[in-house]
Design a protein. Structure first.
Length: 682
C-alpha cells in the first residue's frame, strides 16, 4: 500500500495541513525535506517512448524469445495490412544477421508529408515516435487491419538499438534513421526511385532490453508461411543469410512463399503424409454482412480436415493476427459446426445426433480459421484472444449455410462423419458415467467372468485366449487346450453389432462386458494395451455361415472399440476344418466343399473308398480333432487380422456400409455385388 499512497505516518509525526490561503503547500522557511517525505518531486512523467523502454512487458508481453520475435510480427503485420487492403502484392523479409531483420513491401508507403498537428515533423516520424499514432483508427485508410492502437511501429522503434526506414512514394525515395526510438537526423530525400514504391524497415532489437537473444530463422520462416496462407493474394519473398542456418535446419535460405488456395494449401502442407482422414479437406470463404455505412463487414475463411486418428488442432487468426487463446470467432465457428451436424442428424431422423458437442467434432479435427473484421477488440496489446462480441454472431451466420450446403452435397461423407461424431459423443458420455460410478477398492481381488477358463502362465506374450461360440464349443475347447498358455471364453450366440447399437446397449450387453473384463485392457479412449492379459486373441467359430457372421461381429467390435488390438497384431482368426476324410489309418481335413474335392483327388487313389464326415460345429468335433487341427500351435493355421494404414478410410467406409445403421447401404452393396457370387455353400 505504501507504493500506491505514500509512506504511512504516525499521529505524532504527521505534518500540519497547509494553509488554505496559501494556494499550495509549502515547506517551512529553511526546512529540508526528510528522508521519508513524499511529494511532487517523487512523481515522474514519462514522455515519448520512455514508457515502452521502462515497461516493455506492457506492450509486447515480456522480454523473452516470444516477445523478441513479436517485434518482427508487428512490422510484418503492417505490411500485411497494406496487402489485405489491396495496395501491396509482394512482401520481402530478409534476416541479414542474427540480430538484424529487414521487411519491405510494395504498398503505398508511410506518408512523409508534415503532420497537421505537428507541422515540424513528418507523419513518418510521428508514427515512429508517438504512441497511439497511426492510420487505422478512423477506418478510412483500412477497412480491416491487424494494427489497432497505433503502437506497433513505435514500440519496435523504442525497443530497437537501431532502426532504418526507407519510403518510396511518388517515385521519390526517403530515409530516416533511429536509435532506441530517437531520430538520428531529419527525414532525408535520397533521390528518384521510378521503379520502387512502399516501405522498408530494417531494425535490430536492443540488447539492453533483450540481452543475448537472437532471431530464429525457422521461427521467422513459419511466421511468413502463416501470414501468406491468410491472404492468398500476397507473395512473401523469404531469405536468410546462409551462415545463420544450422546443420539439419530445414528452413530454406531463399524462397517465394505463396498459397494460391489460402488456408487449404497451408493445412494440406501441414498434415502428415499418412494422415487418416474421414473426408477430404473442406475449405471455403464467405463475406460477412456489410456495415450500415456500406463498408465491407469483413470476411471469414476456413479449412478443415476431419481426422480418424492424430492430434486435433484449431489455429485461428483475426486480421492476420494469430489468436492462440481463441476467442469469439472460434465460438461462432464451433456453433456453426455443431448446429450443422445436429441439423443433418435431424434430417436423417437420427435422434442421437442431439448429443454431439463441439468437443466431439473439434476433438477429431485439424482446422484453420481466419476472419477479417472491422474494429476488432483483443485481450491485451499482444492480441492473443479476440473478444469482439459481434464476431461470434457474424462467423456463425456466415458459416452456418455453408456447413448445411456442404453436408447436403456430400451425403455419404456426411453420414459417415455424423456416425463418427455420435460414437465420440456416446463414448464421452460413457466415460463420464464411468467417472461417476463408484470405484472398486484397489485391494479387492480381480473378478474374472464366470465362463472364462484362464491359463496359468503369467508371461502375456506366451498366452492366448480363444473366443468360442456357445457352451458346447467352450467345453470341447477347454479339453483340447494347453492349460498353461491357452484360455477359453465361451460367448452366447451372436454378440451385439456395436456399429449399429447405442453405447447404452453395448454397456448393458453381458457378453461384451465379459469379453472386455477378460481382456483387461478396457475399450475406447480408456484402452490401455499395457494391461492386455493375452498375447493373442483368437476368434474360433464354426466353419459355416453363422460362424462367419459371429466372427464378423467380433471383428467389428474390436475395430470400433479396441482398434489397437488389430494395429498391434494381437487379433487372429482360427481355421477349423469343415470336413474330415478318412481311409484306413489316413486322415485328412478340408476347410470347405472345394477343399474337400481337391483333397480327395490329391491325397487318395482314384476310385478309393473314403469316409467323409462333416463337422456340425466345434461342439460336436472330437476333442482330439479340435486340438490337432485348430488349437495346437505346431499344426494349426491362424489368419492375422490387419488394417492397412493406406486403406483406413476405405475400411471405415466398408464397415459403416456393411455393419452400420443404414440398411440401404447394405442393400446397395448386395445389388452391386450380387453377380459376383458364383457358388453358395449350403
Amino acid at each position: 500500500m505504501n507504493d500506491l499512497f505514500g509512506p504511512k505516518s504516525s499521529p505524532k509525526s504527521a505534518p500540519k495541513p497547509a494553509s488554505r490561503r496559501a494556494g499550495k503547500p509549502s515547506l517551512a522557511s529553511g526546512a529540508e525535506p526528510g528522508p521519508d517525505a513524499y511529494g511532487a518531486h517523487d512523481i515522474e512523467v514519462l514522455e515519448g517512448l520512455e514508457p515502452v523502454r521502462r515497461r516493455p512487458g506492457m506492450y509486447i508481453g515480456g522480454t523473452d524469445e516470444g516477445a523478441y520475435h513479436h517485434l518482427a510480427a508487428e512490422i510484418l503485420d503492417n505490411a500485411m495490412d497494406e496487402a489485405v487492403a489491396g495496395h501491396a502484392s509482394t512482401i520481402e523479409m530478409r534476416l541479414e544477421d542474427a540480430h538484424t531483420l529487414m521487411v519491405r513491401d510494395n504498398g503505398r508507403g508511410i506518408p512523409i508529408d508534415p503532420h497537421p498537428k505537428f507541422p515540424d515533423r513528418s507523419a513518418l516520424e510521428v508514427i515512429l515516435t508517438t504512441l497511439h499514432a497511426g492510420g487505422k483508427f478512423s477506418g478510412k485508410a483500412y477497412d480491416t487491419s491487424g494494427g489497432l492502437h497505433g503502437v506497433g511501429s513505435s514500440v519496435v522503434n523504442a525497443l530497437s538499438s537501431k532502426l532504418e526506414v526507407e519510403i518510396a512514394r511518388d517515385r521519390v525515395l526517403w530515409r530516416q534513421d533511429y536509435a532506441r526510438g530517437i531520430p538520428l537526423g531529419p527525414l532525408t530525400q535520397l533521390g528518384n526511385a521510378p521503379n520502387r514504391r512502399g516501405t522498408m524497415i530494417r531494425f535490430s532489437p536492443d540488447p539492453e532490453i533483450f540481452g543475448p537473444l537472437a532471431f530464429s530463422p525457422a521461427r521467422l520462416y513459419r511466421l511468413c508461411c502463416s501470414k501468406a496462407a491468410l491472404f492468398r493474394g500476397v507473395q512473401i519473398r523469404w531469405s536468410v543469410e546462409p551462415s545463420l542456418l544450422k546443420a539439419g535446419d530445414e528452413t530454406p535460405p531463399e524462397t517465394l512463399i505463396h498459397f494460391p488456395n489460402g488456408l487449404a494449401d497451408s493445412l494440406n502442407a501441414e498434415l502428415p503424409a499418412d494422415a487418416s482422414l474421414l473426408a477430404p479437406v473442406w475449405s471455403g470463404d464467405a463475406d460477412l454482412p456489410q456495415a450500415a455505412d456500406g463498408r465491407t463487414g469483413g470476411r471469414v475463411e476456413w479449412a478443415l480436415a476431419f481426422r480418424e486418428t492424430g492430434q486435433a488442432s484449431l489455429e485461428s487468426f483475426c486480421n492476420t493476427i494469430p489468436t492462440p487463446q481463441g476467442g469469439t470467432h472460434e465460438t461462432g465457428f464451433r456453433a456453426a459446426l455443431v448446429k450443422g451436424f445436429r441439423a443433418w442428424g435431424d434430417h436423417r431422423k437420427n435422434k442421437r445426433a442431439a448429443a454431439i458437442t463441439a468437443e466431439d467434432i473439434l476433438g477429431a479435427t485439424s482446422a484453420k480459421l481466419s476472419v477479417f473484421v472491422r474494429d476488432p477488440q483483443f485481450q491485451g496489446q499482444t492480441k492473443e484472444k479476440l473478444t469482439s462480441q459481434e464476431a461470434a454472431r457474424l462467423v456463425e451466420g456466415a458459416l452456418r449455410d455453408r456447413v448445411d450446403h456442404w453436408l447436403g452435397g456430400n451425403p455419404v461423407q456426411a453420414d459417415n462423419l455424423l456416425a463418427f461424431f455420435i460414437e465420440r459423443a456416446e463414448e464421452r458420455l460413457r466415460r463420464r458415467d464411468q467417472r461417476d460410478a463408484p470405484r472398486k477398492s484397489a485391494t479387492n481381488k480381480r473378478c474374472l467372468p464366470g465362463k472364462l477358463t484362464d491359463c496359468t502362465r503369467s508371461n502375456v506374450a506366451e498366452t492366448e485366449i480363444f473366443l468360442v461360440e456357445g457352451d458346447s464349443a467352450g467345453g470341447s475347447a477347454r479339453q483340447a487346450r494347453d492349460r498353461e498358455t491357452q484360455a477359453v471364453l465361451p460367448l452366447k450366440g451372436k454378440i451385439l453389432n456395436v456399429a449399429s447399437a447405442s453405447v447404452d446397449k453395448m454397456r448393458a450387453n453381458q457378453e461384451l462386458r465379459d469379453l472386455i473384463e477378460a481382456l483387461g485392457c478396457g475399450v475406447g479412449r480408456d484402452a490401455d494395451m499395457s494391461r492386455l492379459r493375452y498375447g493373442r486373441v483368437i476368434i474360433m467359430t464354426d466353419a459355416d455361415v453363422d460362424g462367419a457372421h459371429i466372427a464378423t461381429l467380433l471383428m467389428t467390435f474390436f475395430y470400433r472399440e479396441l482398434p489397437e488390438l488389430i494395429t498391434r497384431g494381437h487379433l487372429y482368426l482360427a481355421r477349423p476344418p469343415l470336413y474330415r476324410i478318412v481311409q484306413g489309418s489316413k486322415t485328412v481335413y478340408a476347410m470347405d466343399d472345394r477343399d474337400r474335392d481337391r483333397a480327395i483327388k490329391r491325397e487318395f487313389k482314384a476310385g478309393a473308398k473314403v469316409e467323409v464326415s462333416r463337422f456340425k460345429g466345434l461342439g460336436e468335433m472330437p476333442v482330439s480333432d479340435l486340438k490337432r487341427t485348430t488349437m495346437d500351435p505346431a499344426r494349426r493355421t491362424l489368419l492375422k487380422v490387419i488394417s492397412l494404414p493406406e486403406d483406413r478410410l476405405a475400411t471405415s467406409d466398408r464397415v459403416e456400409s456393411l455393419m452400420g445403421r443404414k440398411p440401404e447401404l447394405r442393400f446397395q452393396f448386395i445389388q452391386d455385388h450380387a453377380r459376383s457370387v458364383e457358388l453358395l455353400d449350403v
